[in-house]
Design a protein around this ligand. Sequence first.
Ligand code: SF4
Ligand code: SF4
Length: 428
Amino acid sequence: MSIKRLNGVHLKHFKNTESETTVSFPLSAKVILPMGQGMGAPCEPLVNVGDKVFVGQKIGDSDKFMSVPVHSSVSGTVKELRDYALPGGRYCKAVVIESDGKQTVDETIAPPEIKTADDFIKAVRESGAVGLGGAGFPTHVKLRFENHVDTLIINAAECEPYITSDYREMMENPSDVYDGIKLMLEKLNINRAKLCIEKNKPKAIRLFSKMAAKDSALDVVTLPSKYPQGAEKMLLFTATGRVVKENELIAAENAIVVNVSTVAFINRYIKTGMPLISRRLTVDGDAVGMPCNIEVLLGTTIKDILDYSNAKDYRKLIMGGPMMGVCMVDPEAPVIKTHNALLALKSDTLYKSTPCIRCGKCIKACPMNLMPTELEKAYHAKSREQLTALRVNLCMNCGACSYVCPAKRPLAETNCLSKEFLRNTAQK
Ligand code: SF4
Ligand code: SF4
């Protein structure tokens, strides 16, 4: 079971902010910087309460392979080291910094010296880069492939409703995107790049097709507008026809996939040495009075952003898109590297599930050709054998099955529980 044809669903889009030029979000009085801001193990704080810190200063690091450092987004004083709950229930430390309002840049900030591919990958790690599309996979790990990679795929699908942050990156900083692609091809010795954009972004497709016309190493691929087109395995299949085998990484198919905003950020980092201390965030939803794209310092609280965007009467907050985003319960939580959108919605409808009517819509929608309805039964039967045979491990929790189910069965959510069940019973 894997991608053999392009399944998925057509979603109604609310790209209300696609024409909104990004504005710089005002400096907040304090920032909260969790030591876990991506997929890797959380960092350990390198600062103590009372320390003075500067913009771009490294304040957390770890020697774990998947970790990337965390840097201060403001100059000021460390006020507190507190426990912080990560999505999924793990805890890490968070560094709370009171801003001095001066934004004094750390004196060590300088463009990294790069001679070899290894220097480049180490620099990417030091930049604090993780996938800015939301998944938070550490970028330096992705670049450390062992077999030959012939294709760099740039993910500019942005297939979730509402989110326009990658689109604004392409429209506002096209040369950072283009130079970042060229830099990665050169430093990693990859032959060609495919910039993959969903067809509902015609201006970006035109802009980059013009740039690519003079460059034989770059193709612009127009993707169908279908969710979850931005999922890596789907993207690889659409862009190259290659299919990733079970338990293999994309690199096994001689390709790597990097998010478009990540590529542009890496280009800026290599030029300036300023690590990842801010990011673009789409702020939208029916409770938001002023939908916008903002460039916001990491650690800024959601509450500050809701006040700024005139959000009122919201009953549900989501960081990310409505399909794969994470519901937030605490408006005092900070923006971290993986947040590409903040949605404030007036409704928090809880659907009541009814019995499965065996319509098969969930199976047709699943991009991984899984059988969500059978997986749900296997979970309720607590059958390790059936869950394994039905390949629940391949579920990417895209939510397409739950979205199409007329009986409102929580299929994607059940798959999360199934994977947890398999992990918890692995040794028994
Ligand atoms: S959540 Fe999992 S099972 Fe459901 S459609 Fe997505 S990949 Fe398939
Ligand atoms: S979409 Fe819902 S009702 Fe239809 S087969 Fe799947 S689980 Fe059953």
